[in-house]
Design a protein around this ligand. Sequence first.
Ligand code: 13P
Length: 342
Amino acid sequence: MAMVSMRQVLDEAAKGGYGVGAFNVNNMEQIQAIMEAARETNSPAIVQASRGARSYTNDRFLYHLMMAATELYPEIPLVLHQDHGNSPETCKSAIEMGFTSVMMDGSLMADGKTPADFEYNVRVTREVVDMAHERGVTVEGELGCLGGIEDGHGADVDALAHLTDPDQAVEFVERTGIDALAVAIGTSHGAYKFSKKPDGEVLIMSRIDEIHAKLPNCHMVMHGSSSVPQELQDIINKYGGQMKQTYGVPVEEIQRGIRSGVLKINVATDSRMAITGAIRKVFVEHPEHFDPRDYLKPARNAMKEVVKARMISFGQAGHAGDYQAIPLSEIAKQYKGQLVSA
Ligand code: 13P
C-alpha cells in the first residue's frame, strides 16, 4: 500500500473508537521494529521523524527506508509524519520529500524554544494548512506548550503553566483548518515527566474532556505520552545505566484520553529506553561480542515488544485491513470540498 494520509488513518480511528500510536524513528532498526509490531498486531502505523531525525538520516535514507517499508508491508496503512515542524519551510521540505502528514508547531517560535503568541501560531499554521491540503497532506497544530526538550526542540517551560485553553482551541481549529490538534495537559517530552505516579494535579486529563466537549469532532493528539515503564528503567540501571527514578504517563490514562477524543499518541522515549536496555544487557553479558547485529537485533526486538504492547492497548490492533488507501490527490479534492475536522 502506498503511504496514506494521516487524516484518513485518524478519521478511521475516530469511526472505530481507538487511538493510533505515532512512534519516532531515527534509523532502520526502529522502522523495522514498528513495521513488525504492526504486522504482528495487524495495526495501521504512524512513523514520525523530528527535524533531528531528518538531519541524522539526511532525509534520503529515511525516505527510502519508508519506501522499503511500504514494499515489504503492503497490508499496513502507513503514515510518514513530520514531528514538531518549527516553520512553514520545514513543513514544505517534508511535503516535498514525501511525508504524508506534517506538524506545524507554532506554539513555539522558529527557534523551537521561545513560546509564541496566539496570532503567530494561527498565521504560520494556516500557511502550512493551505500548502499541505493542496497536496492532500495532513496538518497537526499545537496549542499550549509542553515541558521538556527533545532533539533540541522544546521550551523547557513548566508543563502546567501553558495548558491548552479550551475556548482558544475552538478559535484555533476554526481559523487554521488543521486536521489534528496537539494539546498541552501537563506532559513533557523525555523520560523525566513526573516525580511520582501522576495524579489529576499534574496530569490534567480533565482538560481533554473540556476540549472534547467544545470540539467533539476534533482529532486530538497527546504528546509526551511515553509511560517510562519501571521494568525498562530497571533493566537500564541493572546493566550499568544511571537513570534517576521517574514516572511517565500511565497507559490507563492514555486509554481514558482515547475515550475523550485523543486519536494520535506520540511515543519516543519508551522505544529509546527499550533499545538502550537491550544493548546494555548484551554489552554486560557478552563483552566479547563486537558484531553490531549481536546487540541491534535484541534492541530491535525490545522496541518491537514495546510498540506492540502500545498498539494493543491503544486499540489500533486488528484494524490494518479495515480500509484501502485513498490517494493523496483524492484527499486534496476532498479538502477543496471542505473536509473539516471540527
Ligand atoms: P515521549 O518523550 O514521552 O516519548 O514523547 C514523544 C513525543 O511527544 C514526540 O513528539
